[in-house]
Design a protein around this ligand. Structure first.
Ligand code: BEZ
Ligand code: FE
Length: 294
C-alpha cells in the first residue's frame, strides 16, 4: 500500500503526472505540481482559503463566454501574459516589441482602403496613424495586413457591446494593407485610457488592493506577415495617464508615440479635416522568421 504523508505527497504526485505520454506535458505537469505544492506550503493554505480560491475560479469560468475572456484578464493582471509574451518574443533591438493581445480582439475585421475611417459615425477627435512597415534592414514590407482595434471614448470595445452593434457591423476595428513601398494609413478617433472590466471575479480581487485598474490610451495592432515573426502590439499615446501603472504591464517605451496636434487642413489620406486632428507616425519593424534548416 502506498503510504501518503505530508512529506512525500509532492514526489508521489509529480511522479504520477510524469507518466503523461507527451514528454512536454509530463514536464509541465510535474513542474506545476511542485510549484503548486510549494505555494500551498509557503502560505500555509487553509481549507477556507482553498475553497474561496476554487469558488473564484468557478466564477471566472462562469462569466467567460465567446465575448468575455475572464481567464485572459486574470493572466494579464497577474503579469503572466506579459511574461509569456516577453519570453517568447526576444526580438532583435530595432524590431517593434510585442505586447499582450488582451481579451477584446475579434477575428474577421473588414478590409479598409489606405486612410479609410474605422471609426465611421463615432464622435471623437480624428486620429491618423501612419508610417511604414519594414524589416530590420529597412526594406519596405508591402501587402502587410495590419489588423487594428481599439476602445471607444467610453473605454468600451465592440466585444463588450453585444447589444448595440449589428451582427455584421464592425466598430473601431479594421484591416489595412501596406502599399508596395510599405506605407500604411489608419484613420480612427483618439483612444482614451480605460478601466478593465471590474464587474467580474478579477475586478472583485483587484478591488481588495491598491492596484490601479486602468490602461493608458492605446490602439492595438496585429501583423501576421509570411516570412516574419507574427507581431501583436499596441501604440500608446505619449503623455497619457496610466503609462506608468498599466494594469496589464503592457507598456514599453518603444511603443509610446506622440499624437501630434494638427489644425484643420490636409490629412495624410489625401483628404481634408474641418476640425483639429491628431497625427501619430510610427514605423512597424518586423523580425524575419528564423531560417528553417534544410
Ligand atoms: C486591452 O487592451 O484591450 C486589454 C488588455 C488586457 C486586459 C484588458 C484589456
Ligand atoms: Fe486595449
Amino acid at each position: 500500500m502506498q503510504l501518503v504523508t505530508e512529506e512525500n505527497i509532492t514526489d508521489l504526485a509529480a511522479a504520477r503526472w510524469g507518466t503523461a505520454h507527451d514528454p512536454r506535458l509530463a514536464e509541465i505537469m510535474q513542474a506545476l505540481v511542485r510549484h503548486l505544492h510549494d505555494f500551498a506550503r509557503e502560505v500555509r493554505l487553509t481549507e477556507p482559503e482553498w475553497m474561496a480560491a476554487i469558488q473564484w475560479l468557478k466564477r471566472t469560468g462562469q462569466i467567460s463566454d465567446d465575448k468575455r475572456e475572464e481567464f485572459i484578464l486574470a493572466s494579464d493582471v497577474l503579469g503572466l501574459s506579459m511574461l509569456v509574451v516577453q519570453m517568447n518574443h526576444r526580438l532583435d533591438k530595432g524590431a517593434t516589441p510585442a505586447t499582450v493581445l488582451g481579451p477584446f480582439h475579434i477575428e474577421g475585421s473588414p478590409e479598409l482602403e489606405y486612410g479609410a475611417d474605422m471609426s465611421e459615425g463615432l464622435a471623437g477627435t480624428p486620429l491618423f496613424v501612419t508610417g511604414t512597415v519594414r524589416d530590420l534592414d529597412g526594406k519596405a514590407v508591402g501587402d502587410a495586413v495590419l489588423d487594428v482595434w481599439q476602445a471607444d471614448t467610453d473605454g468600451a470595445y465592440e466585444a463588450q457591446l453585444d447589444d448595440v452593434v449589428g451582427a455584421d457591423e464592425a466598430r473601431l476595428r479594421a484591416k489595412y494593407s501596406s502599399k508596395s513601398d510599405g506605407t500604411y494609413c489608419v484613420r480612427t478617433i483618439a483612444p482614451l485610457g480605460y478601466s478593465i472590466p471590474m464587474d467580474g471575479p478579477v475586478g472583485e480581487l483587484i478591488s481588495q488592493t491598491a492596484i490601479s485598474h486602468f490602461r493608458p490610451a492605446h490602439v492595438h495592432f496585429l501583423l501576421n506577415v509570411p516570412g516574419y515573426e507574427p507581431l501583436i502590439t499596441h501604440l500608446f499615446q505619449k503623455g497619457a495617464e496610466y503609462l506608468d501603472s498599466d494594469v496589464v504591464f503592457g507598456t514599453k517605451a518603444e511603443l509610446v508615440v506622440e499624437f501630434e496636434h494638427r489644425e484643420p487642413g490636409p490629412t495624410p489620406d489625401g483628404g481634408t479635416s474641418e476640425v483639429p486632428w491628431l497625427l501619430a507616425v510610427y514605423d512597424f519593424v518586423l523580425q524575419p522568421e528564423p531560417a528553417t534548416g534544410a
